[in-house]
Design a protein around this ligand. Structure first.
Ligand code: SF4
Ligand code: SF4
Length: 157
């Protein structure tokens, strides 16, 4: 696990967006343990929650002009997630926290940069924020995009 150089602060975006198999929490279902201070079972939270760090928390996302706080998922509206994939090598998943947020200037610019080298899957959020993921879009080197399959849909963290 990468050593975090930032703190989640008031962000709890991944507690809604990502699936947590240990507690049967589905993608885009708000976890029943979310509370005002973050997680009501923090000391006993599942291993998936302990190990997950978005790319912002890892300090990977940087933008010019010292405005990287604007890329925290609850602020910019997307979670950048990285996982090595057995078939596609290094792969990024961009999860919309807010519907349409992946099309905003800064997230779009970052996706375009990543896609020059890596497979990037963007998971969009339904407009009503109730019916789970809306769609997924792939970007990246053409040979990787053409091989992207439904198997990658089952990301859980
Ligand atoms: S989305 Fe990132 S910054 Fe937000 S709570 Fe999860 S790990 Fe922390
Ligand atoms: S158990 Fe805690 S850390 Fe895990 S998703 Fe729920 S609120 Fe978040």
């Amino acid at each position: 696990m990468t050593e975090s150089i930032r703190e989640c602060g008031s962000c709890s975006a991944c507690c809604t967006v990502l699936g947590v198999h240990e507690i049967e929490k589905g993608i885009y279902d708000t976890c029943r343990h979310v509370c005002e201070s973050g997680c009501a079972i923090h000391a006993e939270r599942p291993g998936s929650c302990r190990s997950f760090e978005c790319q912002w928390l890892r300090g990977v996302l940087e933008v010019d002009g010292g405005i990287d706080a604007q890329l925290r998922p609850d602020v910019c509206g997307v979670i950048f997630d990285y996982q090595p994939h057995i078939a596609f090598g290094e792969m990024f998943t961009v999860w919309e926290v807010e519907p349409g947020a992946s099309t905003r200037d800064e997230p779009r610019r970052i996706v375009e940069g990543l896609a020059e080298r890596f497979l990037v899957m963007t998971v969009t959020r339904s407009a009503d924020q109730k019916t789970g993921p809306a769609e997924r879009r792939f970007a990246g080197p053409r040979h990787l995009v053409s091989r992207a399959s439904d198997a990658m849909w089952s990301r859980e963290a």
